[in-house]
Design a protein around this ligand. Structure first.
Ligand code: GLN
Length: 488
């Protein structure tokens, strides 16, 4: 196996024991970036010099006998919605095209404390609004399994970078599926932790009551490793939970015998691609053979999840994106006639069409005459969706569902039809509305050789169980690295 094909757990041990150096691994990854970027577009910004300098310093620390950390020397990619001190952070937008943050997000400090090496910032839909990476102001990322297909989104760059071996591990952010859906499309593992498990200090906000940062990796164990580094309390994010972080790796292969898993009937109705359904049902059989017990359940308010999400997320986005006014951050239009004109022009020229659509929709549903009819009503339905889960988790320990109704679709096929695009988020958004954790893990491939993941959903702070379930499946179907025809 080539160096760049390895996972974070393996490499962390090899680097720690001096079997290989961080410099060697980082060079292998940077070389892969050079080879693949012309047709993948996983990155908006790469930082090869910084990465090599950092890798060398980690190697020196190891030689000096210092503790290099859980991710000591591991090359990582960071979604460009997470701010990095001194490294350009664009959120995929023209309005932040030249923005260089003066400080790090909490998760970046955590990664650096654990010895990680940052190789670049990955492509994303603009302000993470999208499901394909095509709303990125820069070029759309392409799926390494078939470059005519989308990567999924919005964390499509991180997913593609992993699948093309252009990094060893990555971070994404998930407001309505942005970690899990590209993970499924690109054949990698992605977890959206419980709301509050990971600090969002330094995450460029889209919809603050839904946003969460999470690991995207080549294997389930790597996911557990990265989450154990970034999870935990931070007083700079008032929604961050002050709960101890378990060691997610110790119990990961303790088996799943007797675990009760629910299959929600609303997730297997019309619109689900037959191959995706078959792969999901095959995963059910595998989980049964591992000792899990399946129970049919219902999440009756699922049909309202899309309108609820797209009202609340856009309302929050319209407030969060107010700050991009041409004064404090980023792009400023030239030759404005007056202050008002400067605001208008800067925002008109700086934001892309999807972002503008959402700001307008969100502003509309928050406006005086419509607040009760739309925003308040959506909040009430959100509660009902959460109660569906509360009820289900009285009888089951976890829930298994598809991640997306289809495998990765052709680039350009949905971008001009926002409604079709929004509808494809049906299996991922309820979890954000309920604040619960969910993991997407590879389950197989279609006849066209496109990866398909399945999703395990869990109770609040039950990430440990999700890792155990995902690992039990991975042991049977393999990771994207061991797939037949894995992209190298
Ligand atoms: N596709 C969803 C949206 O466009 C989710 C995006 C996300 O999770 N950031 O809002």
């Amino acid at each position: 196996m080539e160096l760049f094909e390895s996972g974070a757990c393996d490499l962390a041990i090899k680097i720690k024991t001096g079997t290989i150096s961080s410099e060697e691994v980082t060079k292998a990854v940077l070389q892969k970036i050079e080879q693949r970027e012309y047709d993948i577009n996983a990155y908006i910004t790469t930082t090869p010099e910084l990465a090599l300098k950092r890798a060398k310093s980690i190697d020196i620390q190891r030689i000096q006998g210092k503790d290099i950390g859980l991710l000591g020397g591991i090359p990582m990619a960071i979604k460009d919605s997470i701010i990095t001190a001194g490294i350009r952070t664009t959120a995929g937008s023209h309005i932040l095209e030249n923005f260089i943050p003066p400080y790090n997000a909490h998760v970046i400090d955590k990664l650096l404390d654990a010895g990680a090496v940052i190789v670049g910032k990955t492509n994303t839909d603009e302000f993470t609004m999208g499901s394909t990476c095509e709303t990125s102001y820069f070029k759309p990322a392409r799926n390494p399994h078939n470059t005519g297909r989308v990567t999924g989104g919005s964390s499509g760059g991180s997913a593609a970078a992993l699948a093309a071996h252009e990094c060893i591990a990555a971070l994404g952010s998930d407001t309505g599926g942005s970690i899990r859906q590209p993970a499924s499309f690109c054949g990698i593992t992605g977890i959206k932790p419980t709301y509050g498990r990971v600090s969002r200090y330094g995450l460029i906000a889209y919809a603050s009551s839904l946003d969460q940062i999470g690991p995207m990796t080549k294997s389930v164990k790597d996911s557990a490793l990265v989450l154990s580094v970034i999870a935990g309390y931070d007083n700079r994010d008032s929604t961050c939970l002050n709960e101890p972080v378990p060691d997610y790796l110790t119990e990961i292969d303790s088996g799943i015998s007797g675990i009760k898993i629910g299959l929600p009937k609303e997730y297997f109705e019309e619109g689900l691609d037959s191959e995706v359904c078959d792969i999901t049902m095959k995963a059910v059989e595998i989980m049964k053979s591992e000792g899990a017990e399946f129970i049919d359940i219902s999440l009756p308010h699922t049909e309202y999840a899309i309108p609820t999400y797209y009202l609340l997320a856009t309302a929050e986005a319209s407030a969060n994106l107010e700050r991009y006014d041409g004064v404090r951050y980023g792009y400023r239009a030239e030759n404005p006639e007056n202050l008002y004109d400067m605001y208008c022009k800067s925002r008109s020229e700086g934001f892309g069409i999807e972002v503008k659509r959402r700001i307008m929709l969100g502003t509309y549903c928050l406006s005086a005459g419509y607040y009760d009819a739309y925003y308040r009503k959506a909040q009430k339905v959100r509660r009902l969706i959460k109660e569906d889960f509360d009820k289900a988790f009285k009888t089951v320990d976890a829930i298994l569902t598809p991640v997306s109704p289809t495998p990765a679709f052709p680039l350009g096929s949905k971008i001009n039809d926002p409604l079709q695009m929004y509808l494809a988020d049906i299996y991922t958004i309820s979890l954000n509305l309920a604040g619960l954790p969910g993991i997407s893990v590879p389950a197989g491939k279609t006849s066209d050789n496109l990866p398909v993941g399945v999703q395990f959903m869990g109770r609040v702070l039950d990430e440990n169980l999700l890792f155990r379930l995902a690992y039990a499946l991975e042991r049977n179907v393999g990771t994207s690295l061991t797939y037949e025809g894995a992209v190298v």
